[in-house]
Write a protein that binds this ligand. Structure first.
Ligand code: R5P
Length: 274
């Protein structure tokens, strides 16, 4: 049985990230430049964050993005999921050689509600990245800060249930409080494997509003706590419509069709997506 007193800091921060009302979360991922530099849709990162922040429950981002693009006034009390691993760039094929890049003191100074570390299971740097995760869980556990594990997927790895459940279950055993992974067929089995740890789904490359909303719907219906989407929101021509539609699916259990109506209501002109 968990000692609730010892866990109170973690719980309180988890409640800031994942709404205790419905145990769901719309996390907005804007951390891409940490390895890919200039990113489509983030030319005016500050403006993008300011526009979308009111519609997300939590912003997943980096130390530099907060320093350079977010004023305390704009941030208000919105929780930050701070990325604390990195050290590579898209100029290398293999992105797996990450280290911890932010200290726990810095995360506390920034009032991070949680910290995020990527693991690259099956890569040449598998052990290092799992130890990055466990090191950060050891450091942050002392201060009651939950860790989100990102199951990063290399180019050669299949995004199937076997692989993603393996990676996610390893992250749970390491002590991650939230697991960010990709949607796959039979996703409810992955959620079952790691229950009661919360699972959020990454959006991946930009697809289309119907496809991305379909993935959000499938994910929460399979038991995910929500999504941590980036490009499918900020690279869309109608980012506010997109994040409002995602909110309706995650927090309102709206269907994809209903969510698309919300998206269309925000589209300029008389255009409509089916
Ligand atoms: C993954 O390791 C990073 O956190 C990504 O920046 C994040 O997953 C991107 O979100 P999306 O795939 O929805 O653009």
């Amino acid at each position: 049985m968990v000692n609730a007193y010892l866990d109170i800091g973690i719980q309180s921060r988890m409640n800031r990230i994942i709404s205790p009302k419905d145990n769901r979360v719309v996390m907005l991922a804007i951390d891409h430049p940490y390895f890919q530099g200039p990113t489509t849709g983030l030319r005016d990162m500050s403006g993008t964050i300011r526009t979308l922040l009111p519609y997300c429950d939590c912003l997943m981002t980096t130390r530099g993005a907060v320093q350079s693009n977010i004023s305390p006034g704009d941030l208000g009390s919105k929780p930050i999921m701070l990325r604390v691993s990195g050290g590579n760039s898209v100029l290398f094929e293999d992105l797996s050689d990450e280290r911890l890049t932010v200290t726990i003191k810095e995360a506390i100074r920034m009032d991070a509600a949680g910290v995020a570390v990527s693991v690259f299971i099956g890569s040449s740097n598998q052990q290092r990245t799992i130890l990055n995760l466990t090191d950060m869980i050891n450091y942050s556990g002392e201060y009651g800060i939950p860790v989100l594990a990102v199951t990063a997927v290399g180019k050669d790895m299949a995004r199937d249930l076997r692989y993603l459940a393996l990676a996610s279950r390893i992250c749970q055993d390491a002590g991650a409080r939230i697991i960010k992974t990709y949607y796959c067929e039979e996703f409810s089995k992955l959620v079952d494997w790691v229950a009661p740890t919360a699972v959020v789904v990454a959006g991946g490359k930009y697809s289309s509003p119907p496809d991305a909303l379909g993935m959000a719907w499938n994910s929460v219906q399979a038991g995910a706590a929500g999504v941590d989407f980036g490009r499918n929101i900020f690279q869309d021509e109608n980012p506010v419509g997109m994040i409002k539609a995602i909110n309706a699916i995650v927090h309102g259990d709206h269907t994809v069709k209903e969510a698309l109506d919300i998206y269309n209501d925000c589209l300029p002109g008389a255009r409509k997506l089916e």
